[in-house]
Write a protein that binds this ligand. Structure first.
Ligand code: BGC
Length: 408
């Protein structure tokens, strides 16, 4: 099936996972504290900070027409109120490189990491952070806005709720009392309860701050630039066994719908989905016997993406962009069959009349997968971290050809 004209075919990255050397960020700090939950530090990552030209040229050469990447707040505003023109200029060069290669940039303003000074004043648990974030977005928009086409404010602002619901994170009390949180606070000389970092923030304190930050950032962008603005939402295909529908609906309402409803005021909603979750009358169920798993331990379930698109469309009632979908595997032919399955699901959504505007594979490069370090291989392009040499995988060529033909 032919995809609509202008459909965005891209790959995605996030600054901290590829740029390297992000020493002013709270993530760098957490990677180095006593009792860290990260399996290794991010170090030079893929040195995308210096090699973005080559990477963007590779993406364009393969046949893609879009690239999603994020700006690093800790670089742009390394200390409160001190904006770095040099770093803004760096991102301007990156945006210009996209345009030179006919690649539409989709810029994310916050992808999990914040400056240390934000983490030291309560992070996303403190109401002021919404204002400070919006101020930085406005500053970035003034400097870069003429090159923006599509902007995502905050990546997965429902992340904390989703992680807790899935059992990946402990309770709010366990986070507050954790050894690494106390160690991080000590390293930057603040009281332990003042230190807070986005992926591990206390949900009850941060949810409204995040929603307010999105609203204010979107407002700041709309008053400064003419571009499409939205948020991205982490989604699972939540499947209830018979009798557990009400539990599934409650989980969906809390972890997804609340955020999708906030997206109604936006130009689009970004859907990010990696697997399904089965729910029984007593909560989460393990995958069925015989299930196949990715390197992340997720059940391989490419149909989850079409289910998430339908859900996002029904609740948010705005166009959908699949801002992340991908699979961590060493078996590149499995990557191809997985993505082909996802794309057939998107084609089905389009046939049903859902306005899906784009598909961004996660990720362009094998990169720093947060707590898992460099183990999981999501990339379309392999990176030798000793030499930083790139090697294009067959899946990249296949997806690039599909993008060029605009057809599955
Ligand atoms: C995040 C990415 C991450 C990916 C794979 C998404 O939730 O936005 O930063 O690498 O999942 O785990």
């Amino acid at each position: 099936m032919k995809f609509p004209q202008g459909f965005l075919w891209g790959a995605a990255t996030a600054a901290h996972q590829v740029e390297g050397g992000n020493i002013n960020s709270d993530a760098w700090l957490l990677e180095h504290v006593d009792g860290t939950v990260y399996s290794e530090p991010s170090g030079d990552a893929c040195d995308h900070y210096h090699r973005y030209r080559e990477d963007i040229a590779l993406l364009a050469g393969l046949g893609f027409n879009a690239y999603r990447f994020s700006l690093e707040w800790a670089r742009i505003e390394p200390e409160e109120g001190e904006f770095s023109l040099a770093q803004l200029e760096h991102y301007r060069r990156m945006l210009a490189a996209c345009h030179e290669h006919a690649i539409k940039p989709v810029v994310t303003l916050h992808h999990f990491t914040s400056p240390r000074w934000i983490a030291a004043r309560g992070g996303w648990e403190s109401a002021d952070t919404a204002l400070l974030f919006a101020r930085c977005c406005e500053r970035a928009a003034k400097h870069l806005g003429d090159l923006f086409t599509t902007v995502c404010t905050i990546n997965e602002l429902n992340l904390g709720t989703v992680l807790q619901q899935s059992g990946f994170l402990h309770s709010d009390d366990a986070i507050v009392g954790s050894r690494w949180r106390r160690a991080a606070a000590r390293m930057i000389a603040v009281e332990p309860e003042m230190f807070s970092s986005f992926p591990f923030c206390v949900r009850s304190r941060s949810r409204d701050v995040l929603l307010e930050a999105h609203r204010r950032a979107a407002q700041a962008l709309r008053s400064t630039v003419n571009c499409a603005v939205g948020m991205t939402v982490a989604m699972f295909d939540l499947q209830a066994v018979p009798g557990a529908e009400y539990i599934r609906d409650r989980a969906a309402a809390e972890s997804q719908d609340l955020f999708l409803q906030a997206a109604r005021a936006d130009d689009f909603v970004g859907v990010q989905c990696y697997t399904r979750q089965r729910i029984g009358t007593r909560g989460l169920l393990p995958p069925e016997p015989g299930a196949e798993f990715t390197q992340m331990g997720y059940e391989m379930w490419p149909d989850a993406v079409q289910a998430a698109i339908r859900q996002a469309n029904a609740v948010a009632q705005v166009p959908v962009v699949v801002t992340e979908s991908g699979v961590a595997t060493d078996d590149d032919s499995r990557r191809i069959s997985y993505v082909e399955h996802v794309l057939n699901g998107i084609a089905q959504c389009l046939r049903e009349g859902i306005d899906v505007r784009g598909y961004f594979y996660w990720s362009l490069l094998d990169n720093f997968e947060w707590l898992f370090g460099y183990g999981p291989k999501f990339g379309l392009i392999e990176v030798d971290r000793r030499t930083q040499r790139r090697k294009v995988k067959l899946s990249a060529e296949w997806l690039g050809r599909t993008a060029r033909n605009n057809e599955i």
